[in-house]
Design a protein around this ligand. Structure first.
Ligand code: C2E
Ligand code: CA
Ligand code: CA
Length: 703
């Protein structure tokens, strides 16, 4: 073997040393050359040197001729890529066809023209090289594709997305790009709810959707779990349209899985930032919407990064702070306004930080809620509240109920109920002195879980208060069925203040009215002015908490308020609502007041009507009985003559708009086979509104 200096090697097989020398000379400047003087030697060299690209083969040779060499080569697959050019002095077609049949790629007839030989061989080798290269490219592309494609979704993996996006945005200096990433809430429970493969199926479908829908000049990939990301040119309208399309697709893929899709966007102002960092920032934006029911899309801004650093700091200090007693309960008094009585207090945690001073829970509760520490802290605050109640009792101070906050995370703590009953036992505290606040939005997370927990609490005697009522989307209809003992309404939701005609006031008064229908006392919190307090009183909301009365305060200060309150008004606040005359306008009594007419309360969501409650007279007016009417509440419109249906809906819509009584004469279908259609006069009046659901009072009278 000569020293390899060229890329290609050719083997020259000829029994004539002169021929071999001649050929070697022709090729010596271009290829590595090897020589064999007969077929046997040729095959040996072929086996020995696997890198031979081409062979010039003489036909007539001693020992083993060219034909035999070609036949042997055909049988050995490792020789199949070697291009064989036969050189022969026999200028007959038969020989030429025979060798071509045996796999030779070309035939040269002696005597040679050296230039022609050189060109032929060069062409053959070049063609061969090009073919090899094309094959290699195809293999490489396939391999890259496999490496870059995520198995579950068929689209880019995280790594590939980062790489490809980087290439795309750095090449295109004309446009600004934006990253949009998204995931769905409660993805982990998807398989539990819909069977083993639901999650996997979902991921696949999103992958297919993206492949079909994404235009050129975008990249998209699957990051992990249910997290997807795309990169596209910045354009507000297109971004919004894209978000809409994804939401629609998710609903289509998971029709019966009630879920929120959350989006985080990052506008790429500097394409040289590491793309994976950009992805993290989009995630920060996304995370900023978690637990928010009214917002599911956010753009990244730098304050989010600062916030995250702060949050990490908080998380790193929390355990030591708890052990060090830096978390303390503050108490904010609650009053019964018209009686000027202390009703109780809410325990609110404060972090007395050695450097930062008093830190508001708004800064750390969300962090603890996401890292789970909240359950530890809450238990500590509950215990502190019980401990103070016991201490005051022991000191002969007349105590009032204290409400403690139960975080949405606590609901999933299996020992939750026994932890709280255990505390009552440990501090020998009657259950009336500890009330539990659960935020309305927790009811939305997993209403089955929460209803079951709340039921257990109530069986143990705890009063349950629904915190932040009105902030979420709780259907008034579900509220009807939820086990709660009091609604807490935050005045801060009334951003437009207490003016007679403001929207907020309308909502507030109708919620209070509705709560009264349902025997539910309402406590307004965040009451800051006398004007607000008076207004609340005028609409029959008498329990209040807010800066107008007192700010949250340390135990010592609250203790003083307890001692200053006279003993005798204690009984009143103990059984909240039940002994209070002003709150006894219950649904039944109000309906009974109109006993001479039929009355019902319906819920309308813009499309469907459901009857929630009706009085006895209602059935009389319709010529039916309560028993017979059962099961028909959901199909109110079906009970009407076709032409009357739009009239009924029209009157409801007018009542919603005008907030006044609206009437309509309606023809109903008979309840019995031989009965006749009949006409009733219906009076509609809006009672309450939440989101796009309306509670409406309907008076019904036979005409
Ligand atoms: P929240 O349960 O709705 O508590 C009421 C918040 O309103 C308290 O904020 C209170 O200080 C504030 N507030 C009271 N009166 C007024 C007023 O007249 N005007 C205004 N603008 N605000 C008023 P705070 O203490 O900062 O607590 C914020 C939230 O942190 C609480 O909202 C609650 O969700 C949570 N939180 C507080 N302590 C605890 C706790 O021990 N455990 C849990 N899980 N959450 C807690
Ligand atoms: Ca609360
Ligand atoms: Ca609240």
């Amino acid at each position: 073997m000569p020293e390899r200096e060229y890329a290609n090697t050719i083997l020259i097989v000829d029994d004539s040393a002169v021929n071999r020398m001649l050929l070697c000379k022709i090729f010596a400047n271009e290829y590595n050359t090897l020589q064999a003087s007969n077929g046997v030697e040729a095959l040996r060299i072929l086996r020995e040197y696997p890198n031979i690209d081409a062979m010039l083969l003489d036909i007539m040779m001693p020992k083993m001729d060219g034909y035999a060499v070609l036949e042997a080569m055909q049988k050995n697959p490792s020789f199949k890529d070697i291009s064989v050019v036969v050189d022969t002095s026999a200028d007959d077609t038969e020989t030429q066809i025979k060798v071509l049949d045996l796999g030779a790629v070309d035939v040269l007839v002696k005597p040679f023209n050296p230039m022609v030989v050189q060109h032929r061989i060069r062409n053959i080798i070049m063609r061969r090289e090009a073919g090899k290269q094309a094959l290699q490219n195809a293999l490489l592309t396939e391999q890259i594709h496999l490496l870059e494609t995520d198995e579950k979704t068929g689209i880019y993996t995280r790594r590939a997305f980062v790489k490809r996006t980087g290439e795309m945005i750095r090449k295109d200096t004309e446009h600004t790009y934006v990253l949009i990433r998204w995931d769905i809430d409660r993805f982990k429970v998807l398989n539990d709810a819909f069977g083993m493969h639901a999650g996997a199926q979902y991921l696949k479908e999103v992958g297919v959707e993206l492949k079909q829908k994404m235009a050129k000049g975008t990249t998209y990939g699957h990051l992990e779990a249910d997290r997807f990301i795309v990169c596209m040119q910045q354009n507000k309208e297109k971004e919004t349209a894209f978000i809409k399309a994804i939401e629609t697709a998710v609903v289509r893929f998971l029709p019966s899985f009630k879920c929120v899709v959350r989006f985080g966007l990052y506008v790429i102002n500097d394409p040289n930032v590491d793309v994976s960092l950009m992805c993290d920032r989009a995630q920060m934006a996304l995370r900023s919407t978690k637990n928010n029911y009214s917002k599911n899309v956010a753009y990244y801004d730098d304050s989010m990064r600062t916030k995250m650093i702060e949050q990490q700091e908080i998380a790193s200090e929390m355990e030591a702070a708890l052990a060090d007693g830096q978390f303390v309960p503050y108490f904010q008094p609650q009053y019964i306004y018209d009686k000027n009585q202390l009703h109780g207090a809410e325990a609110l945690v404060r972090w007395i930080h050695p450097v930062k001073g008093v830190v508001s829970p708004a800064a750390f509760i969300p962090v603890f809620e996401s890292n789970g520490f909240i359950t530890v802290l809450d238990e500590y605050i509950w215990e502190q509240a019980c401990r103070y109640q016991r201490k005051w009792l022991d000191e002969g101070i007349a105590i009032r109920p204290v409400s403690v906050n139960i975080s949405r995370r606590d609901i999933y703590e299996p020992k939750l109920v026994s932890i709280l009953t255990g505390l009552l036992k440990k501090y020998d505290l009657p259950v009336e002195y500890l009330r539990l606040e659960i935020t309305e939005s927790a009811y939305m997370d997993d209403s089955d879980q929460i209803i079951s927990v709340v039921k257990q609490f109530r069986e143990c005697g705890f009063a349950i208060e629904m915190d932040d009522f009105g902030s979420g989307y709780s259907s008034l209809n579900t509220l009807w069925k939820l086990p709660v003992d009091l609604l807490k309404l935050d005045m801060n939701f009334l951003s437009d203040g207490v003016h007679d005609d403001s929207r907020g006031v309308n909502i507030l008064s109708s919620v209070v009215r509705m709560a009264n229908w349902m025997h539910l006392p309402v406590l307004a919190e965040g009451v800051e002015t006398k004007e607000q307090a008076d207004y609340l009183k005028s609409i029959n909301c008498l329990f209040m908490q807010g800066y107008y009365f007192a700010k949250p305060m340390p135990a010592k200060a609250y203790e003083k308020i307890l001692m200053d309150s006279s003993e005798h008004d204690l009984i009143h606040s103990m059984e909240l609502g039940k002994h209070d005359d002003s709150l006894s306008i219950t649904a039944e009594s109000a309906l009974l007041k109109n006993a001479e007419k039929g009355a019902a309360i319906i819920e309308f969501d813009g499309k469907n009507i459901e009857i929630l409650r009706m009085n006895d007279r209602f059935f009389e007016e319709l010529g039916t009985t309560r028993e017979e009417y059962m099961g028909k509440q959901l199909h109110v419109l079906d009970r009407l003559e076709e032409e009357s249906r739009p009239l009924y809906l029209g009157a409801i819509n007018r009542a919603i708009k005008s907030c006044k009584e609206e009437t309509s004469e309606i023809r109903s279908l008979p309840f019995h086979e031989n009965g006749k259609c009949f006409t009733t006069m219906n009076r509609f009046r809006l009672l309450a509104k939440s989101g796009n659901r309306f509670i409406i009072y309907v008076g019904v009278e036979r005409v």
